[in-house]
Design a protein around this ligand. Structure first.
Ligand code: GTP
Length: 689
């Protein structure tokens, strides 16, 4: 029947689950967590504490209100109820007059979520089910004890008993977070840190990961064949540390964009002979956006040109200041190649972990994140999971992302079969009915039926969401979201052709002041908009502004699938105006630029009288004679203007379609090079509904 869980009861009473759990403890009632059910007897006792006093306080007022509204509201309810009853009943009868029964002694108000059966309603009202059935019959509704009642009928019955009724917000059963338990402080124990290694290309991320693993795992484990499962765990001074195997910030943020925060500490590898490079800065911004502490590994110290001071100096610009210089960032100098300084690094990781007080409850429900997953010919769906809380066991019914199953077998990072694993441990499982995605959450359920039900519901929901075109923040609906208090910060990622304009634009954007809404620049960079920018935007609910730059193809695709709003500009004040207008709800979307196609310059002909003719190939869409055109070189817009002539062989043409060659000259621009891309665009009026 309508058993109440701890968290539900807490919600009804507007107090925390923890308070209820503590209260139950005082009452010597044992509950394991906030999902535990409360027996009716216990509920009555709790009501004594939480409901009674409130009722006393409100009783007089309520009674007054009820008296006052009685005639009116009953009339309304009856009408409302009548419609529903009529709808439900083929042989409808006029709704009989309902009489106001005398109010029961103890219940003046009930609440319910979703729906109630006749029996459940009877229980809530403290009545016999037969009494309710009789009332329903009087209303012309034939119902059995286990039949669900609709909202209007519930209201009608309750009003007949003079009881107020309130429908609670529906619980979204498909939301996995809903099953994640709040752990009690005393259940929590220390857990190993989960570390991701980031840094610029070739600064030594992979070498460092290998070096740590080889010195710490294979050596100690006799005959241990390490298995690639997306993460591994080592021990330093007896304490475990988990490393995610995919280095780089893109993987890190793509997980985060799926709602999974798995990394506790980021190691930023900077080669001592190369210093801070563009991807170093990206990695810093990604780690900062995720609010993850950063340890700097100054690598390649064995190299001749190693200059750790320069690295430290350069990083001060990003507020990563060594302790010696009065900051609080940990720097470790090492050589990943020679295995030097690795122990220091591990020690520092454990130190940061200690400060962060990373904890988990091994007794809790097992939850965590998919690190990677694939379809294996022999074993079916294979997923590497990082357990983040609780203990995962072979045989557990589990929902993973939009798939489900039962954990058939588990293998750890040393290739050994294991029966159970605790928090911060990576493990590879089989037994899922489909392949989940990296970054998906998993939750273990008590019974397989429930897991299946939730898994299937999530699958269904995913299909609907895909259809429903749910977008992230876009400038168009920004104002709406600000108005409704959904947004306090507007996050922006800024890519520009040169550092100077990126800085100037960032500085001006930050100055926009609209009703306490803050502009937050989470990343700026120079060059084309890349997929990793879009992923960061998606994870941080940000808008991407491109100043004189364009997204590359992967970024375009990612922006489309992630529904990230990308705004391209050539004039600083226009970019600022647009954001400001959007924040004030004055965005003027009457005309919108539409890119109609792209052509690639394959050959150049210099003709003295005409200038440069670009022998081009339309790779995408079409180009038209009257369209505007931009010249893009290496992702950067170098010219915007008009097409002068558009020819197919010797003939002037109005348009050239995809996969055709053409000759193009531009008005007032002749510095065209092979490999340049012409982007054709038109201004289109937007129909507002
Ligand atoms: N001398 C020296 N070379 C190193 C060190 N660490 C890495 N290298 C070398 O630097 C090169 C790049 O190292 P990787 O570990 O592949 O760098 P990465 O950051 O993983 O590079 P990507 O995977 O391309 O992003 C390799 O040739 C390594 O041998 C070091 O401590 N000293």
């Amino acid at each position: 029947m309508a058993k109440v869980r701890v968290y539900e009861y807490a919600k009804q009473q507007n107090v925390s689950s923890k308070e209820i759990i503590n209260k139950l403890k005082e009452m010597d009632v044992e509950v394991s967590n906030h999902m535990s059910t409360i027996t009716d007897q216990v509920k009555v006792k709790l009501d004594e504490i939480y409901v009674k006093p409130k009722q006393e306080a409100h009783k007089i007022e309520q009674e007054k209100a009820i008296q006052k509204n009685k005639s009116q509201s009953n009339k309304n309810r009856r009408n409302k109820g009548k419609q529903k009853v009529d709808n439900k009943q083929a042989k409808s009868q006029p709704a009989p007059k309902t009489s106001i029964a005398k109010k029961t002694e103890d219940v003046t108000m009930i609440s319910y979520a979703n729906t109630l059966t006749v029996g459940e309603l009877a229980e809530k009202l403290g009545k016999d089910a037969s009494e309710i059935i009789k009332k329903l019959m009087a209303l012309g509704v034939m119902a059995t004890k286990n039949q669900d009642l609709d909202d209007d009928t519930i209201e009608l019955i309750c009003s007949d008993f003079g009881i107020e009724v309130e429908k609670e917000e529906e619980v979204d059963e498909t939301d996995l977070n809903h099953y994640i338990e709040a752990d009690l402080e005393e259940q929590l124990i220390e857990r190993p840190p989960v570390v991701t290694i980031m840094g610029h290309v070739d600064h030594g991320k992979t070498t460092l990961l290998d070096s740590i693993r080889h010195t710490k795992v294979t050596a100690g484990e006799a005959g241990g064949i390490t298995q690639h499962i997306g993460a591994y765990q080592i021990k330093s001074n007896g304490k475990p540390i988990t490393f995610l195997d995919t280095p780089g910030h893109a993987a890190f943020t793509s997980m985060r964009s799926r709602g999974a925060q798995v990394t506790d500490i980021a190691i930023l590898v900077v080669a001592a002979d190369d210093g801070v490079m563009p991807q170093t800065v990206e990695a810093i911004n990604h780690a900062k956006a995720a609010d993850v502490p950063i340890i700097i590994a100054v690598n390649k110290m064995d190299k001749e040109g190693a200059n750790p001071d320069r690295v430290m100096q350069e990083l001060t610009e990003y507020e990563l200041i060594p302790e010696d210089w009065g900051g609080n960032t940990i720097f470790v100098q090492l050589s990943a190649l020679q295995g030097e300084g690795i122990d220091d690094l591990l020690e520092m990781i454990l130190l940061v972990a200690e400060v962060e007080e990373l904890k988990a409850n091994p007794e809790g429900r097992a939850v965590g994140t998919v690190i990677e997953a694939e379809l294996d010919k022999g074993r079916g769906s294979v997923a590497s999971l990082l357990v983040q809380n609780g203990t995962l066991r072979v045989g557990d019914p589990i929902v993973v992302g939009n798939t489900f199953g039962r954990v058939r077998a588990m293998v750890n990072d040393l290739g050994r079969r294991v029966k159970k694993v605790g928090p911060s441990t990576p493990v590879e499982i089989t037994g899922l009915n489909e392949v989940p995605q990296a970054g998906d959450r998993f939750v273990v359920f008590e019974d397989e039926k429930k897991a299946r039900q939730i898994g299937e519901a999530r699958q269904q929901k995913q299909i609907e969401v895909r259809r429903g075109d749910q977008s992230k923040v876009s400038l168009e609906d920004l104002f709406e979201q600000i108005k409704q208090g959904e947004i306090k910060d507007i996050n922006i990622i800024l890519k520009a052709d040169v550092q100077g304009s990126a800085e100037a634009l960032a500085a001006s954007l930050k100055k926009i002041d609209v009703e306490g809404v803050k502009v937050n620049i989470i990343h700026t960079g120079v060059g084309a908009i890349k997929e990793s920018d879009i992923i960061l935007a998606s994870a941080s609910n940000a808008i991407v502004i491109g100043f004189n730059v364009r997204p590359d193809n992967n970024a375009k695709k990612a922006a489309e699938s992630e529904k990230v709003d990308v705004r391209l500009h050539r004039i600083i004040y226009k970019a600022i105006e647009e954001i400001e207008a959007a924040m004030k709800g004055m965005l003027d979307p009457e005309f919108e630029e539409k890119v109609i196609g792209q052509a690639e310059v394959r050959e150049i002909f210099k003709v003295s009288k005409i200038g440069t003719i670009a022998g081009s190939y339309v790779t995408d869409g079409k180009l038209t004679r009257d369209a505007g055109v931009r010249v893009i070189r290496d992702g950067v817009v170098i010219f915007e203007g008009e097409i002068d002539t558009l020819k197919r062989f010797k003939d002037d043409v109005k348009e050239v379609a995809q996969n055709y060659e053409c000759g193009i000259t531009l008005e007032n621009f002749h510095d065209i090079k092979v490999g340049d891309v012409f982007e054709g665009f038109v201004m289109e009026e937007i129909k507002r509904s």
